[in-house]
Design a protein around this ligand. Structure first.
Ligand SMILES: Cc1cc2nc3c(=O)[nH]c(=O)nc-3n(C[C@H](O)[C@H](O)[C@H](O)COP(=O)(O)O)c2cc1C
Length: 358
């Protein structure tokens, strides 16, 4: 039988789809259901100024597709994916891919992890992750041969990576557009998070008590830029350093080229890895600054950066490749730290499923 057996099944798989992670919880997706086909589109109005040719939104779309594919197996459906992305599509809702469902699939055990997965920004225990868990994570992305997974659990290597992550995080605080993006996405109160059902609920950020007032004051770019001259942006990135050190290890996903098909595959692989980690009881925290600001330099030729920041981005890229020579001729898609952490106390919300349909 083609398609989905019932509307409930369709709603169920799309609900699993929108449980996927997205940058700053921007949920940049739309869906169209026509003649038994589910089309996934991007919603450009949700794009973040710091994104590079929709790289992060497409990684997120890949995660949505993977969740849908996994959830469909629970209804005995296998999914055929036809990529549709046209980088020159000028419309507000460019198509990403079309999914067709047909009978005949065994349930994918990762399905149970879809509602349990969360971004865990808390500090993790200093407990090593056993080798067989790393091997299990490696196996979870084996279906995507072009996506290379670099795993590190070595303390010295982690220290060096922590320094790179910290340097990359500075960009977020040193540009008016990226600074504005943080405040566009932040939801300072539970009511605000509940009303919009998107963005970053302040309570999920695991920041120290009292930091809300300070961060609210930093909404003013003129104050922020003045304080940056006194070293604020550097000080704000220290927690990134500490959190990487307090992890069982880190993973880096890379692809051979900056193409839509590779980015989508990386998004799918990343979601499978995250779900597999969730099943193993491992917490995961994506660290997006390093891939996105290297992409600003290497993919966008630094057009949005100052000469000093271009230099910093180039330094980051070359240090990263000294750190992991295997990444030399590849494009970094994502970095994440993993470990044994306390459970996510507050969950990020999603907009209602119906609101994503055209
Ligand atoms: C492409 C991408 C980049 C992300 N980058 C970061 C990041 O740099 N820092 C962070 O704390 N979370 C990052 N996240 C996690 C999102 O903020 C998170 O998925 C979103 O807020 C929804 O929360 P949830 O994952 O708990 O459902 C990223 C997610 C994606 C898909």
């Amino acid at each position: 039988m083609e398609g989905m057996a019932t509307v409930e099944h369709l709603k169920d798989v799309v609900t699993a789809g929108v449980a996927a992670p997205s940058p700053d919880n921007n949920q940049p997706w739309r869906f169209r259901w026509e003649q038994d086909r589910l089309t996934i589109l991007l919603d450009r109005s949700q794009a973040l100024p710091s994104d590079v040719h929709h790289m992060f939104d497409l990684l997120s779309a890949g995660a949505v597709i993977e969740n849908i594919t996994i959830a469909a197996t629970q209804h005995g459906r296998s999914t055929e994916i036809e990529p549709l992305w046209d980088p020159d599509d000028p419309t507000e809702f460019p198509q990403v891919a079309e999914l067709r469902f047909s009978a005949g699939a065994r349930p994918d055990p990762l399905a149970e992890a879809i509602p349990a997965r969360c971004t865990n920004r808390l500090l993790y225990a200093k407990k090593p992750v056993p080798d067989q868990h790393w091997e299990h994570l490696r196996a979870s992305v084996a279906a995507f041969p072009d996506v290379h997974l670099h795993i590190t659990a070595d303390r010295n290597q982690l220290k060096a990576l922590a320094r790179l992550v910290m340097l990359a995080d500075r960009f977020r605080f040193e540009y008016p557009a990226f600074h504005a993006e943080i405040f566009r996405q932040l939801r300072f109160t539970a009511e605000e998070a509940e009303r919009t059902r998107d963005g970053l609920d302040f309570r999920t950020l695991a920041l120290p008590p009292g930091s809300k007032l300070l961060i609210k004051a930093l909404r003013s770019w003129s104050l922020m830029s003045r304080l940056n001259r006194l070293g604020l942006s550097r000080a704000l990135t220290w927690p990134s350093y500490g959190s990487v050190l307090r992890s069982g290890g880190a993973v880096l996903l890379s692809v051979p080229e900056f193409t839509f098909v590779h980015i989508l595959a990386a998004g799918r692989a990343f979601e499978r890895l995250w779900l597999a980690a969730t099943q193993l009881g491992l917490a995961l925290h994506p660290l997006g600054s390093l891939p996105i600001f290297i992409a600003h330099e290497e993919i966008l030729d630094g057009v949005k950066l100052t000469p000093q920041h271009r230099q910093l981005a180039r330094r980051l890229a070359s240090r990263l490749r000294e750190w992991a020579p295997a990444l030399s001729s590849r494009v970094l898609m994502m970095v994440a730290r993993l470990g044994y952490g306390p459970p996510c106390r507050v969950r990020s919300l999603r907009r209602p499923v119906e609101s994503f349909f055209e």
